[in-house]
Design a protein around this ligand. Structure first.
Ligand code: RP5
Length: 164
């Protein structure tokens, strides 16, 4: 099986990993080859340019970019590649991720970023969306994604239980 990463997960800081690892774990479950890198729009701008400009030639099909606060990473990545970019707003301490959400979602017309929910649900859904894109041309990923959805449905109990 080809192990060349098809999805690039990038994040602005090590502090984003507790959120972004949920994207990584979801892709792993689905058997989607990915890479995960710290790339900061502000602290490592040259790394970002290099990453975005070479992403397609290196075989990536989708980029998932997580960032918090003044979250310019997804938009700047999208400005330098025509690959689909999904943005995950990290739940920041000061504004609970509302700052991240607004700075990722409100892109100018012409440079799209598919913006997900704040935090863990957004990270999981970004991975599922990336898998959906790949599944259009990859039957193994399509099967894995369908099975994942069946398992999720089957895991929902008919009746609630006391938790304590
Ligand atoms: C952003 O600043 C990162 O994406 C992170 O969410 C936020 C805070 O970074 P640290 O100060 O924790 O490194 O660039």
């Amino acid at each position: 099986m080809d192990k060349t990463p098809k999805v690039g997960i990038i994040m602005g800081s090590q502090s984003d990993w507790p959120t972004m690892r949920h994207a990584a774990e979801t892709l792993e479950t689905l058997g989607v080859p990915f890479e995960a890198k710290i790339v900061s729009a502000h602290r490592t701008p040259k790394r970002l340019v290099e990453y975005a400009e070479t992403a397609q030639d290196r075989g990536l099909h989708v980029i998932i970019a997580g960032a918090g606060g003044a979250a310019h990473l997804p938009g700047m990545a999208a400005s330098m590649t025509a690959l689909p970019v999904f943005g995950v707003p990290i739940e920041s301490k000061s504004l609970k991720g509302q700052d991240s959400l607004l700075s990722i979602v409100q892109m100018p017309g012409g440079i799209p970023v598919g913006t997900l929910a704040i935090g863990k649900p957004g990270a999981i859904n970004a991975a599922l969306l990336a898998a959906s894109v790949l599944a259009l041309h990859d039957p193994a990923i399509r099967t894995a994604l369908n099975q994942w959805r069946i398992r999720q449905t089957e895991a929902v109990a008919q009746e609630p239980q006391d938790e304590d």
